[in-house]
Ligand binder design. Structure first.
Ligand SMILES: [Zn+2]
Ligand SMILES: [Zn+2]
Length: 144
């Protein structure tokens, strides 16, 4: 993985008083390589020697350090991905049948529309939004 990403992750952990341990590095590597949000069971398949409790604990530490973001899936399992400012702005397609979550980069046209809608919401409610994320629920290609 890119050295600057590793340095950023290490710095964020340091700021919360945490070390960038080998297990945490392994988790960051898996998330960086996956290209979509992954569940703890999926993480354990790719990393046999990692205990479930340790994976959960370390993901929580990484989440608190703003390295990792938790994404709700279409089933009982939460998914995890690298924080959006590390990977780029995107949205999620959630399968309500198998639970899988796919990343989805919206066309500029859609992003502009969302920005306009958010400005309207701010004007009518006084609520200023700083970020947005779209979650489209439906059936993935293999479940459709
Ligand atoms: Zn599916
Ligand atoms: Zn967007």
């Amino acid at each position: 993985m890119a050295e600057d990403l590793q340095a950023t992750v290490a710095a964020r952990l340091r700021r919360t008083g945490q070390r960038y341990t080998l297990n945490r590095r392994a988790l960051v590597d898996i998330l960086a390589a996956s290209g979509r949000p992954v569940s703890i069971p999926e993480i354990l398949v790719s990393r046999h020697r990692l205990a479930q409790s340790s994976a959960y604990r370390n993901l929580t530490v990484l989440e608190q350090a703003r390295v990792v973001r938790r994404v709700e899936g279409g089933d009982e399992f939460a998914r995890y991905e690298l924080a959006e400012d590390l990977t780029g702005h995107h949205h999620h397609l959630v399968c309500s049948s198998c639970g899988a979550v796919q990343d989805f980069t919206a066309p500029t046209r859609l992003e502009r529309t969302v920005d306009r809608v958010m400005a309207d919401v701010a004007a009518s409610t006084g609520f200023t939004s700083k970020a947005h994320s779209l979650r489209l629920v439906g059936l993935c290609r293999s479940c459709a």
